[in-house]
Design a protein around this ligand. Structure first.
Ligand SMILES: [Zn+2]
Length: 492
């Protein structure tokens, strides 16, 4: 049920600007680190109970933003997953536009069939421009039909990494080529800000401009949650936002722009590396991390997805029960349950978190984190499986509140500023962009226009499941596919 805002034409913005700071934890935004964003937030409606989607991983988030629907609906259930039909020998990697094209070639149009807000914009004769400083797959998944839609999509990673190479040509003609393989992401960040502010906005005057900045995510992971290098990345991301905001306001009618600032997910500081492969071996399973294995293929992180090479329910059930005995085990989820409890007693059903899909793993195990401080003194911490991060680097993917809490704030004509505690999420962004412009959202968009004053907030609830002495809880709001997940943890 998508909600259509009934704007008077006087209140409807002429354009929408979305600036996404990848991985930005809302609680670390300060006037010193991000002066432009900080000032913007003071005059915006700030959704302090905003949440990512599950799993809280970048391309899952990008697809949820694009489709206004969770992974169970759009099928992009993880950053990488086993898909031997399309990609043998390694996971299909959603970071790579080539892998996404390969997925579409092998599985047909259904691979990315769920309509995007970009499709609806094109249908209404409105123009979408996207500059992406992260992975080419991330750009692809926001607007897979960019060429047919007449969108202008630019990826810093190369001409062949976008569906609209003419946009690459335009930007490179004006600015020269972007840097190749820089040591960190800062040169990409600078270039992306320029491409949007100096080329796409003034020359194409898009109806919706979307700038995806890959920082501070990269620095949180690889430079640490609170280091001078990370602060510098946040400052540069803020500068790209400032340039872009100024550029769109310089357009004719530029003051009538709705501006959404957001992040796709948060980060939890990691405290120690946990050897899940060794732990699973003790339980009788041979596992490999982030690649197909002989027994269990594991997507590593703070919450790990376990895909068995051959599915044996009884054996998996014994594993789920054994994991509940482990002091390091956090949340447990499985497929095929009753909508609350998964197939295995004491686990949450993947359907409850809207991650149930034929591609999903049948069993997921989280690390047991907590609210206590990370190595930098920031609230929240978690052990980590795999991944070559900085000491105390941030991670995301699980249901820890620090991973799920993201930035969503909006300034638009007719929308009052201030704190708003309504539970909102990534699935609301597409319907909101369309609603602001008076365009009907596709029926598959289960999110809602968060500026619609006629909607009452989704009601929140906490649910628990357990087995033996193991117990976990999940706090969520709303119903069915439109559910917003706040957070979850093992409680006993
Ligand atoms: Zn991200």
């Amino acid at each position: 049920m998508s909600d259509q805002r009934d704007y008077s034409s006087a209140a409807r913005p002429r354009r929408v600007l979305v600036v996404l700071f990848d991985g930005l934890r809302p609680d670390v935004v300060t006037a010193e680190r991000m002066p432009t964003l900080h000032r913007f937030l003071e005059g915006a409606r700030r959704f302090t109970e905003a949440s990512s989607v599950f799993p809280s991983i970048t391309r899952v988030c990008a697809t949820a933003i694009g489709t206004g629907a969770p992974p169970a609906v759009n099928g992009i259930i993880h950053n990488g997953f086993p898909d031997p039909a399309a990609r043998e020998g390694r996971f299909l990697d959603t970071a790579l536009a080539d892998d996404m094209r390969r997925g579409a070639a092998h599985h047909g149009a259904a691979f990315t069939a769920t309509p995007r807000f970009a499709d609806a914009l094109a249908g209404a004769g409105r123009r979408f421009a996207l500059v992406h400083s992260g992975s080419s797959g991330g750009a692809y998944l926001l607007d897979p039909r960019a060429r047919d839609n007449g969108s202008a999509v630019f990826s810093v990673l190369g001409r062949d990494q976008t569906e609209t190479p003419d946009t690459w040509d335009l930007v490179v003609e004006r600015l020269g080529p972007p840097p190749t393989a820089p040591a960190d992401k800062l040169p990409f960040l600078r270039y992306a800000g320029q491409a949007m502010a100096e080329v796409l906005i003034p020359e194409l005057q898009p109806d919706v401009a979307f700038l995806w900045l890959t920082e501070p995510d990269w620095s949180f992971h690889y430079r640490g949650m609170d280091t001078p290098a990370t602060a510098e990345a946040m400052r540069l991301a803020d500068e790209a936002f400032a340039r872009t905001l100024a550029a769109i306001r310089r357009l004719p009618g530029g003051e009538d722009t709705a501006v959404i600032t957001m992040s796709d997910h948060g980060h939890v500081g990691t405290t120690e590396s946990f050897d899940l492969v060794a732990a699973l071996r003790e339980l009788g399973f041979e596992a490999t991390l982030d690649r197909p294995g002989a027994d269990l293929s594991v997507a590593a992180g703070t919450l790990c997805w376990l895909w068995p090479t051959e599915r044996d329910e009884a054996r998996l059930g014994r594993l789920a029960a054994a994991l509940q005995e482990m002091p390091w085990c956090g949340m447990l989820l499985s497929d095929g349950g009753n909508g609350l409890e998964g197939r295995f007693p004491g686990t949450f059903d993947l359907a409850l978190v809207n991650a149930d899909h034929p591609r999903s793993a049948p069993l997921l195990v989280g690390m047991r984190g907590g609210p206590g401080p990370d190595l930098f003194g920031l609230p929240g911490s978690s052990p980590l499986v795999g991944k070559d991060l900085a000491r105390g680097g941030g991670m995301h993917g699980g249901l820890h509140r620090r991973e799920m809490a993201n930035l969503i704030a909006l300034a638009a004509p007719g929308v009052s500023a201030g704190e708003d505690v309504s539970p909102v999420g990534l699935i609301d962004i597409g319907p909101t962009i369309l609603g602001l412009l008076g365009i009907a959202a596709p029926a598959s968009m289960v999110g809602r226009d968060i500026t619609n004053p006629a909607l009452s907030p989704r009601s929140s609830r906490t649910v628990e499941v357990g087995y033996g002495s193991y117990r976990q809880r999940l706090t969520l709001a709303g119903e069915g596919r439109g559910t917003i997940l706040r957070d979850g943890e093992r409680i006993a």
